[in-house]
Design a protein around this ligand. Structure first.
Ligand code: 13P
Ligand code: SF4
Length: 347
């Protein structure tokens, strides 16, 4: 039963003490997050992994790229475990390294040595390594503005991987007009743009988050007509048009802070992952909170980490046959850490 499984997780946590560390992303299920030692957004979890030097086992409750990042930032003797290997991220999978290297050659032909690559942390370790090797950095949704400004102070233009929406929303907020942005289509190997080639400053990889793309301008129009008192707050992984029509946009931590500090009695429609929205509803009974899209589902891959998988991972530690260790190859990790450190030094 659920209760038995919960008791076993409690017992293992007690026995392992500080040798075990369980970070949990805000999009994780409640049945898992109740056992996490720290919760956070992707930036906070990366920082916490870099700081933790005492745990032998880091059981990462999040998705594959986050566990890879934790492995890169921890030390040799620390083992990172992902309770279910199927917990990937469809956005991270939208940029593979072969496509990226091909794109880089073509873009260098077009623009010479004027481009700095940046990658959202929601990307594979191989992409982070590519970016690190070429002088660029990682970015998260909570530091994207600062990182894009930093990059544009180094080079005339950036290549932003793999989320076109976070890239476009961030650049737009920095005052870069849409006609100075282009989209690189990795399937057609082609740059799509409307303005002048030489004016392009921001080259966006054609990737997106399949969860946040489900929020639409139609959702906002319906809500404005039916419940005009609602404040609308969305994650910058949503499309530009959706962010433009919203009242507020920001990272997962920003959304949490805004809701927690909102006036009692205020009304909020939130455009982000459903496990988090449900938790915000439960933790803020004095506010009226709904999802911006009434048909929204949780992120399917985040959801793969459930109580049975968490327990399985923990039991495997005690049995000494560790399941799903995440180990990034050294040649990749050595370059990926350059990109991560350029970010961590600046936040
Ligand atoms: P943040 O945690 O940076 O807000 O990212 C959201 C996300 O989609 C994580 O997968
Ligand atoms: Fe990937 Fe989107 Fe799920 Fe985050 S919410 S893990 S970006 S698919």
């Amino acid at each position: 039963t659920k209760e038995e499984m919960e008791n076993r997780v409690h017992d293992i946590k007690k026995r392992l003490g500080n040798r075990l560390y369980i970070p949990g992303h805000h999009y994780q299920r409640e049945e898992v997050i109740q056992f996490s030692d720290s919760t956070g957004d992707s930036l906070q979890l990366a920082q916490l992994s870099a700081q933790n030097r005492e745990a032998d086992y880091i059981v990462f409750c999040g998705v594959h790229f986050m566990a890879e990042t934790a492995d890169i930032l921890t030390e040799e003797g620390q083992t990172v475990i992902l309770p279910d290997m199927r917990a990937g991220c469809s956005m991270a999978d939208m940029a593979d390294i072969e496509q990226t290297e091909r794109a880089w050659i073509k873009l260098q032909d077009l623009f010479g040595d004027t481009i700095l690559p940046l990658t959202y942390v929601n990307s594979t370790a191989a992409i982070k390594a590519f970016v690190g090797k070429n002088g660029g950095a990682t970015v998260t949704s909570s530091n994207a503005q600062g990182m894009v400004s930093w990059a544009l102070a180094q080079k005339e233009r950036i290549l932003f991987l793999p989320d076109q929406h976070l890239g476009r929303n961030t650049a737009f907020d920095l005052g870069i007009p849409l006609n100075e942005m282009a989209v690189w289509d990795p399937h057609k190997d082609e740059l799509i743009y409307e303005g002048e080639l030489e004016d392009l400053k921001v080259l966006l990889w054609k990737g997106h988050c399949s969860v946040h793309e489900n929020f639409t301008t139609a959702n906002i129009e319906t809500l404005r007509a039916e419940q005009p008192e609602m404040n609308i707050i969305v994650h910058p992984e949503c499309r530009r048009e959706v962010v433009a029509l919203s009242d507020y946009a920001g990272s997962t931590s920003y959304i949490i802070k805004m809701i927690e500090s909102a006036e009692p009695g205020s009304s909020w429609a939130i455009g982000t992952e459903m496990n988090l929205v449900k938790r915000l509803i439960a933790n803020n009974p004095d506010k009226n909170i709904i999802s911006l899209n009434p048909n929204m589902c949780p992120c399917l891959t985040m959801n793969r980490i459930d109580l049975p998988h968490l327990l399985w991972a923990l039991e495997s530690i005690e049995e000494g046959i560790i399941i799903n260790p995440i180990k990034v190859e050294k040649s990749i990790a050595d370059n990926a850490i350059l990109a991560l450190n350029r970010m961590l030094e600046r936040v």
